[in-house]
Design a protein around this ligand. Sequence first.
Ligand code: NCD
Ligand code: ZN
Ligand code: ZN
Ligand code: ZN
Length: 451
Amino acid sequence: MKHLKRSKSDNTSDLPSLLIRDAQIWTKNDTTRGSILVEHGKIRRIARSITERADEEILARRLIVLPGLIDGHVHLRDMKLSYKEDFTTGTAAAAAGGFTSVIDMPNSLPPTDSAERLRERAERASGKILVNVGFHSAALNDYDEVRGMKTAGAFSMKLYLPSPIAPLDIDDDKVVVQVLNAAKQASLLLTVHAEDMTKLPRTEKITTFAELVRLRRGNAETSAVRRILRLQRPIGCRVHFCHVSLPSSLSAISDRASSRLSSEITPHHILLDENHVKTLRWKAWMVPPLRPGKDRQNLFRAMKMGIPTIMATDHAPHTVKEKAQPPRESSPGIPGLETALPLMLTMVNKGKLSLGRLVSLLATNPAKIFDLRSKGRLENGADGDLVLVDLKKRGMVDPARFFSKAHYSPFEGWKTQGVVHTTIVNGLVVYREGEIVGKPGGGKILKSGRR
Ligand code: NCD
Ligand code: ZN
Ligand code: ZN
Ligand code: ZN
């Protein structure tokens, strides 16, 4: 590919303009050949041919332009967990993976459990991020606190059932109802990690990761989903179920056919099953864990049919030292930002997933769920967040080359077809052919319901 750079002309704005020429552009349901002009960080024009000049031009004849992907579930760490990942490395991983906006989970250190903490975290992030970043906050049952977090721009409050971030007696339905009511009153989305730990055996002796994964039974997830659904129904607040790993959980949600409910799947739960744990051990240890092959297949089928609302990576980096421990002591979580799109494009190439489904799972629907109104689609006036992919190019997952600090992956060595060529955030090229070319601070802090 050729990249022509022109010297800045008489452009009055400090943001250079960008012209993507002669690409396959994803519009509503299909790709059409054309060019995109981005000015002042926004899409100015999409047309079959644009003769205007821009500060920078990309000749994209072999490339497909998609709306920049939105990952509603990442753990960027930083602060006291910077040794695992920091805002710059995490958002570099996002850019390399075609994600132009990510929303950070609140289990940081310190945790994002108040309006004040959210503002501090946003301030810390602002000079360091390469893509746009929003924040989820911890679930609380105090209305004033919840309203405060909403005002500070939280995208949701996260109810982490395995062990709540802010001390809450989540086994008590009354407490969960208070959380749901506060969410409703503050018009704040509730995101849920649904796993009921009381449903799991405690005492069993285990020596392998395969045993650890099998002990973390699926009914702990499905019963937690059912419980939240039962408590949500009379209240009617919006609830989003994170990383749903089982068809039974997914159908419990979709059977309600409510626009106030949404669900999320991850690449790992649709591509890997518990058999992978035997050989990959800690590299394949995350929560919810990998499931039996039959469940994985049915989850994949449900995805093809459009049942889950979105896909998120649950990018959850830890050090190798924290992971390569005996099963009970090993930290659950894997990095996912740099593998999701190549893996999904591979599915598109194999005819197992349509490009349209991919775009709705990773861009259009996340924009709707998280109310990012000027994102998730390519049209005049939308934000200049785009990803250029080369659908034909082959690659291989190589964790040694991740921008993330977490240099391991259960997908290590997987052959892929379809790579991220260029990632554009707010009209600026941030990633191009293997290199980060943007500057930390180029990403914006996203606040729910703003702009
Ligand atoms: C996440 C983490 O490490 O923060 N781990 C994981 O296995 N998914 C926590 C979470 O999302 O539940
Ligand atoms: Zn090129
Ligand atoms: Zn979780
Ligand atoms: Zn997570």
